[in-house]
Design a protein around this ligand. Structure first.
Ligand SMILES: [Zn+2]
Length: 290
């Protein structure tokens, strides 16, 4: 079933688990995420970045909506990192049930203004809105973008932004980056800051750039109130490593249905592992009443 983010994450917040948001830039990556969540009876957020939407096309979103509506698990169709009103309007027209407006690169007042404008458009349509405050780093190998330097979320400013805009969820910057970390770099989350932010605001918190962070930190972040974790690079990495291997071992390979299944299985292993960290296994049962 297709649901909005607010309804999805209210249940997660009450029951102390997080839902993964998986970037699905191709039909294969959609299969990876959705089939594995269905197999494990777990709710799911299908994240599509504006660049990914441009590649997939609006018509392909029609297929995704049909697939989501017929699914036995709750599915949110979410625009990831919308940066302007036109991108958000396109998502709304396509039938997304949730949008992110990322004004984190703007100064505070402009971020509030842009976010509020989007909330005023989306809320009456029952579409959820995610905002971002502080900046998430960018390791240079990810389509989701980000800043070259991480600016941590200020808890008091977070409270003010939530109160003034009425957003449903907030992406916080507590030390993650988009993309994969180079071997020499050790990602570390500032969990004390997460606690401080949690003390200030009640809406579900979102962690972007959740790939390659230590498992125990992700688990702890979920226990401390993170209800949505964006996962992109970890899955793509597993998927394309395997794709390369398959193509190397059979240079004459031509058929997608022979090339991709092994790569899809590798991606699914990552999803399964993350579902465990998010305490999300079997949680679709909690949504029988919505
Ligand atoms: Zn992100």
């Amino acid at each position: 079933m297709l649901v909005n983010m607010k309804d999805l994450l209210n249940v997660a917040q009450q029951n102390n688990f997080a839902v993964g948001a998986y970037n699905i830039g191709s039909a294969e990556l959609l299969k990876v995420a959705l089939e594995e969540c269905e197999k494990n009876n777990s709710p799911i957020i299908l994240a599509i970045h504006p660049d990914e939407l441009e590649y997939l096309t609006d018509e392909f979103v029609e297929y995704i909506k049909t697939r989501a509506t017929n699914s036995k698990v709750p599915v949110v169709l979410h625009m990831d990192h919308g940066s302007n009103k036109n991108q958000i309007l396109r998502a709304i027209k396509c039938g997304f049930t949730s949008v992110m407006i990322d004004g984190s690169h703007l100064d505070f007042e402009d971020n509030v203004k842009l976010t509020k404008e989007i909330v005023d458009i989306a809320k009456p349509l029952n579409i959820s809105v995610e905002a971002e405050l502080g900046t998430i780093g960018n390791l240079g190998n990810s389509a989701e973008g980000g800043a070259s330097e991480i600016i941590y979320t200020d808890p008091k400013k977070a409270k003010e932004l939530v109160e003034r805009t009425g957003v449903d969820t907030l992406a916080v910057a507590i030390g993650t980056s988009h993309g994969l970390y180079p071997k020499w770099m050790k990602p570390e989350l500032n969990l004390e800051l997460l606690k401080e932010i949690k003390n200030e605001i009640n809406i579900p918190l979102v962690l972007h750039g959740g790939s390659a962070n230590p498992d125990n930190e992700i688990e702890e972040a979920v226990q401390l109130g993170v209800c949505k974790v964006n996962i992109s690079s970890d899955i793509k990495n597993a998927f394309f490593q395997k794709t390369r291997e398959v193509l190397r071992n059979n240079e004459a390979a031509l058929e997608p249905l022979l090339i991709f299944p092994e790569a899809i299985e590798e991606g699914k292993k990552v999803v399964k592992h993350k579902l465990g960290l998010f305490n999300c296994l079997g949680k679709a049962d909690l949504y029988n009443n919505i």
